[in-house]
Design a protein around this ligand. Sequence first.
Ligand SMILES: O=c1ccn([C@@H]2O[C@H](COP(=O)(O)O)[C@@H](O)[C@H]2O)c(=O)[nH]1
Length: 285
Amino acid sequence: MPGAVVPGAVVPFGERLTDAVAARGRLCVGIDPHPGLLESWGLTDDATGLERFAMTCVEALAGEVAVLKPQVAFFEAHGSAGLAVLERTTAAAQQAGALVLADAKRGDIGSTMAAYARAWLADGAPLAADAVTLSPYLGVGALHPALELATSTGRGVFVLALTSNPEGALVQRAVGPDGRAVAQAVVDELGVRNAGAVPLGSAGIVVGATVGAHGLDLAALNGPVLAPGLGAQGASAVDLARVFSGVGHLVLPTTSRDVLRHGPDVAALRAAALAVRDEVAVALG
Ligand SMILES: O=c1ccn([C@@H]2O[C@H](COP(=O)(O)O)[C@@H](O)[C@H]2O)c(=O)[nH]1
């Protein structure tokens, strides 16, 4: 079960991700059960439709792509039944060999952050995934409990740095008193954490493929870069190559709607994902 964390034999997420990308290619596909997509797949907008949607994604993709990224919000929207679907989706995807990144964007302080960390990163926690997305806007230091727990359980984190949406720039490109952009400060703090890790650290960042000229220095990050924005948000594989020139080996492109619109046919979904994977491989070299 390559996607699972084996207690007592902790293999860091950065290493597991490197192996997964080597075996399956450089792509993450999002499982985003939008109400509109449920409808276009002929499914009901309830926990039953959600489960059918998510398990179809698992059937089509979990044996092929390196990482699946359930968007937690779409599961939470269905309450406890939706979260139960998320638990089963994560288990099924890992069973089929994919790594699972829970896109939950958690971020808080002190004991609350510690509780979020336990929810997503502790061994045996019902919702635990291989990695989780975190928001640093209460301070990167406030994420410490999650970074520590991820390290001890062999899991990973992806911290928002420069997000794919245009609204993010006002906060993320703001320049601090030391002359660095906020996003660069996030990158630098995680780079310190990843220093010396081989083949790659487990503390990743999120930088959108849509961000254009960003001026971020990623040379010392030594961690994975989740790059959303491909397809439905307008970025192409060529944009990806341009935005991540020189650091393509760190990049994990992710796309959701552009693949999911090909469902519910399993073969069509899989073919769409593999086409994106191949296009990205050519562009990133
Ligand atoms: O900067 C970010 C961070 C996260 N996302 C999430 O990724 C997917 C993108 O879906 P598409 O259908 O490929 O646009 C979605 O779950 C977002 O919440 C992001 O887009 N940008």
